[in-house]
Design a binder for this molecule. Structure first.
Ligand SMILES: NC(=O)c1ccc[n+]([C@@H]2O[C@H](COP(=O)([O-])OP(=O)(O)OC[C@H]3O[C@@H](n4cnc5c(N)ncnc54)[C@H](OP(=O)(O)O)[C@@H]3O)[C@@H](O)[C@H]2O)c1
Length: 241
């Protein structure tokens, strides 16, 4: 039986992935800080086992890796958060640090301790965002953290090839989760977490390098990103009034 470790499995996309992988007969190591949610997940499916740690605490990540009793086939680094910078003239460096730490630095910690536990022929999956296709108002901290993840994934894909480890990058549009429930703006074509999990699962099964959805949304973002930069700047400044 194959094993997947998923960070951020207590909510949203990660939770839907944990339940789907368990239904597909994988051993699932579900990670998060919320003990109650982890216990509830293990009660829903006996193939799910909990691993509780804070991804922003290097010592906790190291301790969690030591608790692994088996090597893994799939490592999905999905945990993350989003906060917006409302006023760039009052730049909130604490917010910036929080978001860079939870979305990006945590990936470094997880790579240090979990990457060597991926079996030959296995796969590393990094959770990014379609926000990386275009610069979006207020999303400076979030977008910067996710753009760095794109670079990291693209570099690791070249480097890990000789170790027979694949690398996939996930760039979702809007998915209905507690993270986006906080947004007060329109979220076109927002999909349910189960729908997102199914796309991710089947695309990973086919070994896709970059997974993006819903394609009606991400294709428009990709198209806009190909236009001269002044076109998007004009549209974005209208959005930012
Ligand atoms: N929802 C979207 O539209 C969307 C779009 C693009 C990309 N994404 C990305 O998808 C990922 C999952 O997002 P989501 O929408 O599913 O959000 P969510 O429902 O808020 O779930 C976030 C998960 O991350 C975990 N997490 C947060 N901080 C953590 C920490 N310090 N240590 C350990 N775990 C931590 C949370 O677990 P605990 O609270 O238990 O620790 C939770 O399981 C994120 O990386 C997000 O940026 C989401």
């Amino acid at each position: 039986m194959q094993t997947v470790l998923i960070t951020g499995a207590t909510s949203g996309i990660g939770e839907a992935l944990a339940l789907l992988y368990a239904r597909q007969d994988w051993n699932v190591i579900a990670c998060g800080r919320n003990q109650q949610k982890l216990t509830a997940l293990t009660q829903m499916d006996s193939k799910i086992s909990p691993l509780s740690f804070d991804v922003t605490q290097q010592g906790e990540v190291a301790g969690a890796a030591q608790q692994l009793t088996r090597d893994i086939d799939l490592l999905i680094l999905n945990a993350g958060d989003c906060e917006y910078i409302d006023n760039p003239l009052e730049f909130d460096s604490s917010l910036f640090e929080r978001i860079i730490k939870v979305n990006l630095i945590s990936i470094g910690y997880c790579l240090e301790y979990f990457l060597k536990r991926i079996k030959k022929g296995g796969r590393l999956v990094l959770m990014s965002s379609s926000a990386t296709y275009l610069p979006l108002p207020r999303a400076g901290a979030y977008g910067a953290s996710k753009c760095a993840i794109n670079y990291l994934a693209n570099t690791l894909r070249i480097e890990l090839c000789k170790f027979d480890i694949g690398v996939s990058l996930i760039c979702p549009g809007f998915v209905k989760t507690p993270l986006t429930d906080k947004n007060e703006f329109a979220m076109p074509l927002r999909v349910e977490p189960d729908h997102a999990a199914r796309i991710i699962y089947f695309d990973l099964e086919s070994g896709e390098d970059e997974i993006h959805f819903p394609q009606a949304f991400t294709s428009i973002m990709k198209f806009l990103s190909l236009l001269p930069v002044r076109v998007w700047r004009k549209i974005a400044s209208l959005m930012n009034r």
